[in-house]
Design a protein around this ligand. Sequence first.
Ligand code: GDP
Ligand code: MN
Length: 397
Amino acid sequence: MNIHEYQGKEILKKYGVRIQEGIVAETAEAAVEAAKKLNQQTGTEWYVVKAQIHAGGRGKGGGVKLAKNLDEVKDLAGKIIGMNLVTKQTGPEGKHVHKVLISQDVYYPGESKPKEYYMSILLDRNTSKNLIIASTEGGMEIEEVAEHTPEKIIKEWVDPRVGLQGFQARKIAFKLGVEGEAFKEMVNFIQALYKAYEETDSAMFEINPVLKTSDNKILAVDAKVNLDDNALYRHKDLAALRDLNEEDPLEVEASNSGLNYVKLDGNVGCMVNGAGLAMATMDIIKLSGGEPANFLDVGGGANAQTVEAGFRIILKDPNVKAILINIFGGIVRCDRVANGVVEAYKKIGDIKVPIIVRLQGTNAEEGAKIIEESGLKVFSAIVLKDAAAKVKEVLSK
Ligand code: GDP
Ligand code: MN
């Protein structure tokens, strides 16, 4: 689960990571109040207005702007709230901005630009260790740095059984070339960041840029945090940070019905049991000239309710021109699924797109019979190749 920058920074602060202070706001007026408060708390007279969306690259996309007085705060916040922000990470459709983070300006007006670093912690599945990645080239895309100047990427693996050792934090700080007071600050920063990553059961913490101010303070200017979904059950406070505005509404509806659904751009809706079969089904749809409109795994115990929920979700996608249901009857019997399909079909009513049902496995023939005899406009196929041919046929009509 992704969270917003301002939420990530709150977590960091709790663990003793120094951050660029800020206050979140949902209107231009609230943004001005936030700026006034920030001025009292930090003395800052310049402010950074930062769009809060679950995607990076906001600066380049026009979602991060410097305001030099309260009028500019109001103006910029008013423009950014409600805008559709397109960045490299949002895709061409962009994301609607609901909130801005009003932050203190930490680049100190009038002085030369402070030094920016990059730092992230993530799980390295190959070594089963946590990996700290750091670089002197902060503020830029780390993928670019890794591609063009790989020698500027510092990597330090941490064995989760023993945790981050002091010498490792010092080694990273040394390689980053920080000295004196800033060296101590950097070591503390790395240790606190690691603690935050570990204790929140995160999959990734990425701070880009990490800033060294002219008075040698090290602080987090940005925070991109991905929490491990599988651990959220033991972090109720973190689970509450979920922002449904940032998620596709169909995906939210699917997860409420216990379905694994990912929306895609194609025209053939598919409902499958098992992730592997779902992937294979998407391949066969492509082979037959269609494009999958979604990935949908109804799980091993598909019944009439899950089939109905799946149907409703697929039908809400206006791009869907045909639906392919591909179920392997293992734990679930094909006749039960067939009954579920017929029931859901009748209940929803007025389904305009053709439906191809392929049932294989336990009681496949019985299932096919139920579909055939239902009198509904549902095509039944037992062999996957036949199902693909049917998809091709209905798409070409
Ligand atoms: P991202 O573009 O989504 O990664 O958002 P960031 O939080 O990293 O901000 C983008 C850029 O805004 C940073 O790389 C900085 O160059 C700039 N920025 C952030 N905070 C400040 C600030 O306090 N003062 C100034 N002048 N620029 C800032
Ligand atoms: Mn950033």
